[in-house]
Design a protein around this ligand. Structure first.
Ligand SMILES: [Zn+2]
Length: 69
């Protein structure tokens, strides 16, 4: 049985831990996104993204997941 609640990043599918569900700070409080990508992210995804995706978006990567294949 799993005791930890793990979140799955809706953008890349990676498992990560969101601080909202635990004692640690959430990654989304550590990565500052501009209003525009932040709003796009919130409209596209129902939950937080993993720290890697947040950093990538903050660095200018597209909010939508890159096409596969
Ligand atoms: Zn991700």
């Amino acid at each position: 049985m799993n005791q930890d609640k793990k979140d799955t990043c809706p953008r890349c599918g990676a498992s990560f831990h969101c601080g909202i569900a635990g004692p640690g700070p959430c990654a989304c409080t550590q990565v500052k996104l501009d209003t525009r990508p932040l709003r796009a992210m919130m409209s596209l995804y129902p939950s937080c993204l993993c720290p890697d995706c947040l950093r990538a978006i903050a660095a200018g990567a597209p909010v939508e997941a890159p096409a596969r294949g």
